[in-house]
Design a protein around this ligand. Structure first.
Ligand SMILES: [Zn+2]
Length: 51
């Protein structure tokens, strides 16, 4: 995995745990990838709700 992506995923996880809305993530929790690169997938509206 891209180290920058891994770091961004970890930051988003921490931020979301701290109260950030899932829509404000830069990364895709579902696919463990950049949100902007898979935002066309309709699963992405509320990634955490699927877990
Ligand atoms: Zn995705």
């Amino acid at each position: 995995m891209d180290p920058n992506l891994a770091a961004a995923l970890a930051e988003d996880d921490d931020a979301e745990d701290a109260g950030m809305h899932a829509d404000d993530r830069r990364t895709c929790w579902t696919h463990q990838y950049w949100a902007e690169d898979c935002a066309d997938d309709r699963m992405h509206t509320h990634p955490r709700a699927l877990s």
